[in-house]
Design a protein around this ligand. Structure first.
Ligand SMILES: Nc1ncnc2c1ncn2[C@@H]1O[C@H](COP(=O)(O)OP(=O)(O)OP(=O)(O)O)[C@@H](O)[C@H]1O
Length: 277
């Protein structure tokens, strides 16, 4: 599917220098796709070349959140040019897998689509490739991690105890697959009143911190629950690009910096697998 040379991932039509990051959550609706897009925009603002693969089989929402309307272009059967928005290349498996099909029929197609994306897409020279995983500890998320042994895991959770418990489970499964955990992003940490700035901890507090402690990893940031983030996602104008000076955008930039600062090469002893097409 890819090879490793001089500490970077070499693809058929490009390379990844700094990170192949799988973004996961224990359950749906915690804001994983919203976080993926805003983090990508933050990394781009910090000077990195970034691309996203939308592999969330339960709803391919990345194109909507980033505001992408273009489709990939096929140069030939084995060469695909990805569409771009805000300088970020995006490939959504939704363009290749019929969204009306029940999930059990979509799932097997996804691994084939993932291999095709890694091999046939003109990614160019990337610093980061972010992968929006299906939520939960289902086979899909684990299968994808198994295919991409150099992917590292970034967990998104809300502070709620039920969310952090299931998020912990996916981290445990990743650990068994020898996938490294980068850290935890707590989303919807608190609601901040636009009138008086008062913070309300709607889903409780401290869940992300506690999970990070349990998993011996870092809590990379705590993002507020604010209408601006939801509106940005609905309009296809991610907050980090439309309101870069907002407190939430600055939190995303701080998370992006932490990810960049921890940069280390890809482990040459891990071997990628190829699937039969
Ligand atoms: N911090 C936030 N503040 C306000 N709204 C948010 C925030 N994060 C996400 N949302 C909103 O919550 C909803 C769910 O977000 P999103 O689709 O990103 O979740 P998800 O975890 O990817 O869900 P799934 O995996 O089930 O598709 C969306 O309407 C999104 O705009």
């Amino acid at each position: 599917m890819y090879s490793l040379e001089n500490g970077r991932i070499e693809l058929e039509h490009g390379s990844i220098k700094e990170g192949l990051i799988a973004i996961a959550s224990g359950k749906g609706g915690v804001g994983k796709s919203t976080v993926t897009v805003n983090l990508a925009v933050a990394l781009k603002a910090l000077g990195k070349e970034v691309a996203i693969i939308d592999a969330d089989i339960h709803g391919f929402s990345i194109p909507r959140i980033i505001g992408l309307s273009d489709n990939p272009a096929a140069l030939s059967e084995k060469e695909i040019v990805p569409p771009e928005k805000n300088g970020i290349k995006v490939m959504s498996m939704g363009s290749f897998v019929d969204e009306d099909k029940p999930i059990i029929w979509r799932a097997p197609l996804l691994l084939g689509a993932l291999q095709q994306f890694m091999e046939d897409v003109h990614w160019g020279e990337l610093d980061y490739l972010l992968l929006d995983l299906p939520p939960g500890t289902g086979d899909m998320a684990l299968n994808i991690m198994q295919q991409l042994p150099h992917a590292e895991l970034l967990l998104v959770t809300t502070p709620q105890i039920t969310a952090t418990n299931v998020a912990g489970r996916i981290a445990g499964a990743a650990d068994k697959l020898n996938v490294e955990l980068i850290g935890i992003i707590e989303n919807m940490s608190y609601y901040q009143c636009v009138e008086c700035d008062h913070k309300e901890y709607i889903f409780g507090s401290g869940g992300g911190k506690e999970l990070a402690r349990k998993l011996s990893t870092e809590l990379l940031g705590e993002l507020p629950l604010i209408p601006l983030i939801r509106e940005g996602g609905d309009k296809g104008q991610p907050l980090v690009s439309s309101k870069p000076d907002s407190k939430a955008a600055r939190e995303y930039l701080s998370i992006g910096k932490k990810i960049i600062d921890r940069q280390k090469g890809f482990d040459p002893d891990k071997k990628p697998m190829s699937l039969k097409k």
